[in-house]
Design a protein around this ligand. Structure first.
Ligand SMILES: *Cc1c(COP(=O)(O)O)cnc(C)c1O
Length: 368
């Protein structure tokens, strides 16, 4: 049997490759590789897409998170509450901005940060909440913003997996005080290398990120503060500006494939992704849950079907966070999810026949 890849990035961009080549050629012709005109125009387009007035291109999703935290005024020792079920970039940014990582458990239904758990994790040092729109599913933003308002906290959305998702009619990125996107090639909107964006309605945060991403520069060889070299490349911006026009179409295709999987996999006794009420899911990943995860994964791999685990070990139990002295059982919902989650192939360009082949393989497994 032919193999079904977990992800094939070449497929979705094939139809727009000529436009991408042209955009790259334009940059080569003008030669303004750092903060060239495409950076500004992509920022404008992406800010408009998210429904926020300020958008700043940066070098990655990781730098977007760190710069957003720094720009929001995190001071050494300030605590930032986040989920243990995420990619480590989320928490690295907290430590690197001088803050202290504080974990709170997830809601077992949506696998996103639980506002009730956040409330229990509050201390006098809590300054911010860093929720992750995991797998393309939105967080309980009303719940989180209520806690934030009551305790005067900043909310920074980690939207690296949720470009274009809607929460109660509003775009992800416009819900917290600032939001951070990644344009890593595999994301719903991805470049040909690393890239990221901070979006915000808060002009002070925007101005600070503008300074920090570019060596604290106010004009050539004038520096208001020490900053970083973390700008978005002109070439990446040019590519991303072209690709942004297809994002909604690609997300729709992800939704169609997800609906197909859900229809095919109902009633097998495994849990399927749910979508929060009044929200959309943009299926960065299509992640199912089963107690038989490891055996299912092995079976699919044997049948040349790509699959992956996001994430096999929750962050609070990773060696990198041993210093926080957590133990198994501290965040039971995240721990259980880590043992049960399995992401199936889902990307724009995945053929219906391929998705059906994946679904049939999963069905066969559960029939036995
Ligand atoms: C990809 C990702 C990041 C980091 O983005 P990079 O561009 O790779 O630095 C941060 N948070 C989450 C949830 C991600 O999936």
């Amino acid at each position: 049997m032919t193999n079904v890849p977990f992800l094939d990035l070449k497929r979705h961009e094939r139809p727009i490759r000529t436009q991408i080549r042209k955009a790259i050629q334009t940059v080569l012709d003008h030669g303004s590789y750092i903060l060239g005109p495409e950076v500004r125009s992509f920022e404008q387009a992406f800010g408009e897409y998210c429904g926020v007035p300020h958008a700043l291109g940066v070098s990655s999703g990781s730098s977007a998170l760190r710069l957003a935290l720094l720009a929001s005024g995190i001071q050494p020792g300030d605590e930032v509450i986040t989920t243990p079920l995420t990619f480590i970039a989320t928490t690295e940014s907290i430590t690197q901005a001088g803050g202290k990582v504080v974990f709170a458990d997830i809601d077992p239904e949506t696998l996103t940060l639980s506002p009730t758990a956040v409330e229990k994790a509050l201390s006098l040092k809590t300054k911010a909440i860093l929720p992750v729109h995991l797998y393309g599913q939105t967080c309980d933003m009303d719940g989180l913003m209520d806690v934030a308002k009551a305790h005067n906290l900043t909310v920074i959305e980690d939207a690296a997996q949720a470009h274009g998702a809607l929460y109660k009619g509003r775009k992800v990125g416009s819900l917290g005080h600032a939001a951070c996107f990644s344009f890593f090639p595999t994301k719903n909107l991805g470049g040909y290398g690393d890239g990221g964006m901070v979006v915000t309605s808060d002009k002070a945060i925007a101005d600070r990120v503008t300074l920090l991403r570019n060596h604290g520069r106010t004009e050539h060889y004038r520096h208001a503060v020490e900053g970083y070299n973390e700008r978005l490349d002109t070439l990446q911006a040019a590519v991303l500006e072209v690709k942004l026009k297809s994002l909604d179409r690609w997300n729709k295709e992800r939704g169609r494939l997800a609906a197909l999987y859900i229809k095919q996999l109902k009633g097998l006794g495994l849990s399927l992704p749910t979508t929060r009420a009044q929200s959309t899911h943009v299926y960065h990943l299509f992640t199912i849950r089963s107690r038989e995860r490891d055996r299912l994964r092995e079976q699919l791999t044997n049948e040349n079907i790509g699959c992956a685990v996001h994430y096999p070990e929750p962050l609070h139990l990773q060696e990198a966070y041993r210093y926080l002295n957590h133990k198994p059982g501290d965040f039971p919902h995240a721990e259980r999810a880590a043992q049960e989650v399995l992401s199936l192939p889902l990307f724009p360009g995945l053929k219906t026949a391929e998705a059906l082949r994946v679904a049939n393989a999963v069905k066969e497994f559960f029939k036995k």
